[in-house]
Ligand binder design. Structure first.
Ligand code: SF4
Length: 349
């Protein structure tokens, strides 16, 4: 089969397959752009099983775009806690505010207009335009790229922007009128459940008969990726300052990594215990005893944090920090996973 014939054959086999095999996911019960948009943003970089609970809690708290626009940012971040990539949550709210102020909460119905909104890239714009507005707009993410590279036995690296653009354009040409949303979701479903990265289930794949990689018996050769740059490692010291059952926390700055979230006080580099106690002293906490040293690792997209935590009992609640019990930290503060590891350990002591 020629490459354009492979694309053209996709709707005919994928739509009936999707109708029979689609998983029942909460965001598939609706075509409401607000709900589809939130689900797509949550699903970026996060597994479906992990997203379901977050999605349901988020929708209960903010059932409409107006409710999200009016929400306290701290509450939005708290409900996002653990999903990571917090700029997604901030951009959701920014877009909700913009739509509420300028469009009375209505979403634009084309991928081009959706893509102009904060935090909405080509993928999300294509997903919302096709699923909610039946537009022939492709949503090309890693799953879709992998399927197409295998089906067409394309050995170019998938992280080349040109490759993504070409695939998006080729897919848009074959979007079936009246079934655009189902076609987008069928492609996503095939990538998530059948044409998976490590062990594709070719034996049950509806496109097996025209998949070039399967026919050639070299499925795992695709997709080709360029080697990743090594992650930079940063050492940090985390001061777990305790006074009368409360721990010092502080808000991170409004810009940069984990902007605006809460954290335990921390400094770059690994300090030895004595220097850590002196640092606690410099914050006017009057440290009296070093209780524990503990080590944690957290991996971000480009950086790896190697953290040494010191639990230091103090006599004074310095005004430099907010002091909260572990229960309050758990319920009221958006503490990113990097630091949550420490509070989880403190609860077990
Ligand atoms: S036949 Fe295998 S490699 Fe080809 S699209 Fe299906 S699951 Fe992927």
């Amino acid at each position: 089969m020629e490459q354009n014939e492979i694309y053209a054959a996709l709707p005919g086999v994928l739509l009936p397959w999707y109708e029979k095999n689609a998983r029942d996911l909460p965001w598939r019960h609706t075509k409401e752009p607000y709900r589809v948009w939130v689900s797509e943003i949550m699903l970026q970089q996060t597994r479906v099983e992990a997203v379901i609970g977050y999605y349901e809690r988020f929708m209960e708290a903010f059932p409409t775009v107006q409710a999200l626009a009016e929400a306290d940012e701290a509450r939005v971040l708290k409900l996002w806690e653990g999903l990571g990539y917090y700029s997604r949550a901030r951009n959701l709210q920014k877009t909700a505010k913009l739509l509420t102020e300028t469009q009375n909460g209505a979403f634009p119905d084309t991928a081009e207009a959706l893509e102009k909104l904060p935090g909405i890239g080509a993928y999300t714009a294509g997903a919302v335009a096709s699923i909610c507005f039946e537009q022939p707009a492709a949503a090309v993410d890693g799953n879709v790229l992998r399927i197409i590279m295998r089906m067409t036995a394309d050995g170019r690296p998938i992280d080349l922007p040109q490759v993504k653009k070409e695939i998006g354009e080729a897919l848009c040409k074959v979007y079936p009128k009246g079934h655009c949303g189902a076609f987008t979701q069928a492609l996503m479903e095939l990538g998530a459940c059948v044409c998976t990265p490590k062990s594709p289930k070719c034996e049950v794949c509806p496109t097996q008969s025209f998949c070039r990689a399967y026919t050639a018996g070299n499925v795992t050769k695709y997709p080709v990726k360029r080697p990743k740059a090594a992650k930079k490692t940063e050492e940090r010291t985390v001061l777990l300052l305790e006074c009368n059952g409360r721990f010092a926390v502080e808000k991170r700055s409004k810009t940069g990594l984990l902007a605006g979230l809460w954290q335990f006080p921390n400094v770059p580099q690994k300090l030895d215990a004595q220097i850590a106690v002196q640092t606690a002293q410099s914050f006017h906490t009057d440290p009296k005893e070093l209780m524990l040293e503990t080590h944690k690792t957290h991996i971000f997209t480009h950086i790896r944090w190697e953290m040494t935590g010191y639990v230091i009992r103090c006599n004074a609640m310095s005004e430099a920090f907010t002091w909260a019990s572990l229960a309050e930290i758990e319920h009221d503060f958006a503490l990113p996973t990097a630091f949550r590891q420490f509070s989880d350990e403190l609860k077990t002591l």
